[in-house]
Design a binder for this molecule. Structure first.
Ligand code: TXA
Ligand code: MG
Length: 349
């Protein structure tokens, strides 16, 4: 299949191209599009055949449900029932934006979209091109991240092209995404709201609106804590090809240990990579050293993380060491993704 490609300028979007993308979705095809978190791989959420195509294009297990993206608050009531008061409050506070809510689904949403579950994940993104595209597509776009299953989520259209060229009808290129990690997922079907996946909207931000908020135990502890409630969180995600280890401790100890490990691995014939930060990057020796951003501004690390993991793959890096980051604020999402990418392999120095 030939994949159409259109560059969309956020300030002055080409409505011809957006309309074309919308028509593709209405006819049952797939279009990748930018959102404020990561690129999505969109299909008609109300068409079971479209959802099957999404699983096939990603190579994703079909028991892993998709998020339904909407572009108008009133459309929430067409797919979810009941819509509890708390969902309305959270929507008022964080929509449009990087928050996904799990609610009971209406029968209009096919089981193919929800991986057989009676609940549906709903998100109203803030990215202007995403909103126009969802509207043009009929209002309900099922979209996982637009990567091949198991690879880091795409934060640039070139990542999408790498994974999806020839597999989908169209790619909308909106440039680099703003946030860089996927939306926060909160389950509202239990007595208490539960965070199933940390993201830009933090527990503290949710607590201010919702009062008590729980965090799924599996998020920072990994599989040992049991079965995650978001089926997708059980898969080894976000994985680079190289063997990734996180090193945690006092900064000078971390730098010394990473340099020692890299020298040892290099001598053994491995190609080494390091995820460092602005202030530490020049203190390391390895084949590839990446500056992930400013430790004091962890949102910069969120923006760069997935791109860096993909770059290591392109460079043929076989062993990767990363500094650890404080797990508060957006740092919780960063550490959650990094730990998953590392298969929870962390050493303390
Ligand atoms: O930021 C995002 O959320 C991006 C952009 C494209 O919107 N999308 C995204 O989708 O990250 P995906 O499919 O890569 O991740 C969706 C996660 C999976 O872990 C899935 O298991 C979980 O949401 N999920 C979806 N529906 C669910 C449901 N009904 N109950 C529990 N978890 C659900
Ligand atoms: Mg994903």
């Amino acid at each position: 299949m030939e994949t159409l490609y259109a560059v969309i300028d956020e300030k002055n979007p080409d409505m011809e191209q957006i309309k074309k993308a919308g028509e593709i979705i209405k006819k049952g095809g797939l279009v990748a599009f930018p959102t404020e978190t990561v690129y999505g791989l969109g299909g008609d959420a109300l068409n079971p055949e479209s959802s099957k195509k999404i699983y096939a294009a990603k190579g994703r297990p079909s028991d892993n449900p998709l998020i339904v993206h909407i572009s108008r608050m009133e459309d929430l009531y067409r797919i979810a029932d009941p819509v509890p008061e708390l969902a309305v409050k959270l929507a008022e506070a964080f929509w449009p934006g990087p928050l996904t809510m799990i609610l009971k689904k209406k029968s209009i949403v096919p089981e193919e979209t929800t991986g057989g579950l009676e609940t549906v994940a709903v998100r109203f993104p803030s990215h202007p091109a995403a909103r126009l595209f969802i509207e043009a597509a009929g209002g309900f776009v099922a979209a996982p991240s637009a990567n091949i299953s198991g690879k880091p989520s795409p934060t640039l259209a070139s990542h999408v092209k790498e994974d999806m060229e020839g597999r989908i009808e169209m790619i909308l290129d909106g440039g680099a995404v703003g946030i860089g990690v996927e939306s926060t997922i909160v389950d509202l079907t239990d007595k208490e709201p539960v965070i199933l996946r940390p993201g830009y909207v933090t527990k503290e931000m949710l607590t201010k609106v919702a009062g008590q908020v729980e965090v799924d135990r599996t998020i920072l502890q990994g599989d040992a804590a049991g079965k995650p409630k978001a089926p997708g969180m059980k898969y080894r995600h976000y994985a680079p090809k190289g063997d990734l280890t996180i090193v945690e401790g006092k900064q000078e100890d971390v730098i010394r240990e990473i340099n020692r490990l890299c020298a040892e691995k290099k001598a053994a014939g491995e190609k080494t990579g390091i995820i460092a930060t602005e202030k530490t990057a020049e203190l390391y020796a390895a084949d590839s050293i990446k500056n992930a951003g400013d430790r004091e501004k962890e949102e910069t690390i969120a923006q760069n993380l997935y791109r860096i993991l993909r770059e290591f793959d392109e460079e043929g890096i076989t062993v990767i060491y990363s500094e650890a980051f404080p797990a508060d604020g957006i740092g919780q999402a960063v550490m959650n993704r990094l730990l998953k990418a590392a298969g929870h392999h962390k050493i303390m120095v």
